[in-house]
Design a protein around this ligand. Structure first.
Ligand code: ADP
Ligand code: MG
Length: 380
């Protein structure tokens, strides 16, 4: 069963002026369903086409199942590639799906048996005789999947296959897609712009930027423990505060002060070392910020508050999205934080209301102060 490995893959265009892949190492294990995410132009398509053999790397090697396939043509790699727009022949659904079997010279009996089996799997059994011209994207994706499974490939590569799907169809189809991939024992990589989809059904996510892989982890780890500000911000948005290291403590803990003042924060940073007085960025998720009225009784309220009261703030905007209540609160120095509360949260705050904001040390993440903060927070 196939795993995929890239070692030191580099792809340059225009005589080295464009570095589409910057010496990438990647391992995708057999049976994994991986998602590939990153801003437009970061190298996702180049990476997938390099794996499938449609693009030759400038240097480096591609391994499938431990075998170096860098020099092998695409058709010998056992990979099915589903593009956003793939070719539909003006033939029946059945003939479109089983095309590769016919080309390979299988008997009519085998083709019928296999075609029926695969169309059943993708939910197109009762539409086998239709001509798919004019079909919607959702149905075409099923057909693309049928063709891929029929080809016998054990690796499925999908480059934004649901890119232009209606969100409702996409939400329904995604679980079916995952089940089919797992049932068929395929190793799959999918590029999507839909982070929610990637977080929901992927075994893990690979985040790329400027030809580099920034992080490869499960969605939980990426969301809770991003290794960079960019990853944290890319996946679901993040609030940032500027601060400095006040004290280096034992066991990777740091006393951190926010520039605008307030209490000392004690933050754990097992992966990155900081030094005394170093400028840092403190990051926290919008759901990890707590809001209180000015007269809130922290000690004697029903749920004793054990967190840190950071500072006073002003509610400057408020949105109700149906799933959540979102507030924009403004700190004394003009910085704003985005705060989200579940729709069922019982307290309501009003625009222009003075409030206090609270947090827990364990929800805070520390990052090196970047050379250029706005570039680092720019998702493009
Ligand atoms: P993504 O799929 O993440 O949007 P691509 O892999 O398509 O990104 O492109 C990565 C980079 O390589 C981009 O800067 C793109 O302009 C460049 N690029 C891709 N294909 C070519 C090509 N055939 N010639 C020159 N530059 C290319
Ligand atoms: Mg692309």
């Amino acid at each position: 069963m196939p795993d995929i490995e890239l070692r030191n893959i580099r792809k340059e265009y225009d005589e080295g002026k464009v570095i589409a892949l910057n010496d990438i190492d990647l391992k995708i294990n057999d049976g994994d369903f991986a998602f590939l995410l990153g801003p437009s132009g970061c190298g996702k398509t180049t990476m997938l086409r390099t794996i499938s053999g449609l693009i030759q790397p400038t240097k480096g090697n591609v391994y499938i199942d431990g075998i170096d396939v860098t020099e092998q043509p695409p058709q010998e790699r056992g990979i099915a590639f589903v593009f956003q727009d793939f070719n539909i022949f003006p033939l029946s659904v059945f003939e479109n799906a089983t095309y590769s079997l016919k080309v390979q010279g299988y008997t009519q009996e085998y083709i019928i048996q296999e075609g029926e089996r695969v169309l059943e799997i993708v939910g197109l059994a009762d539409r086998a005789d239709e001509i798919p011209v004019g079909w919607g994207n959702g149905d075409l994706q099923r057909l693309g999947l049928a063709r891929a499974i029929c080809s016998g490939a054990k690796i499925l590569i999908m480059d934004e296959p649901l890119g232009s799907l209606d969100p409702k169809i996409s939400a329904e189809f995604r679980w079916e897609l995952r089940n089919i991939i797992k049932d068929q024992g395929l190793t799959a990589i999918q590029v999507t712009h839909n982070q929610e989809e990637a977080m929901a059904i992927g075994d893990y996510i690979i985040i790329m930027r400027d030809g580099n892989i920034l992080q490869q982890d499960t969605s939980e780890v990426l969301y809770r423990y991003p290794k960079s500000l960019f990853v944290g911000n890319f996946l679901g948005g993040i609030n940032i505060l500027e601060g400095y290291i006040r004290k280096v403590l034992k066991e990777d803990y740091y006393d951190v002060k926010i520039r605008l003042g307030g209490p000392t924060l004690k933050i754990h940073s097992p992966n990155t070392k900081f030094y005394l007085d170093e400028n840092v960025i403190i990051a926290l998720r919008s759901e990890d910020i707590y809001l209180f009225t000015l007269d809130y009784d922290y000690k004697n309220s029903r749920a004793d508050w054990t967190g840190i009261v950071l500072s006073e703030a002003l509610v400057s905007e408020k949105f109700l999205t149906g799933k959540e209540k979102r507030y924009i609160v403004e700190l004394d120095n003009g910085d704003t934080l985005s705060v989200s509360k579940p729709e069922v949260f019982q307290y309501e705050f009003q625009i222009d209301q003075d409030i206090k904001i609270g947090l827990f040390n364990e929800d805070l993440r520390l990052f090196k102060y970047p050379e250029n903060l706005s570039t680092e927070m720019d998702l493009q």
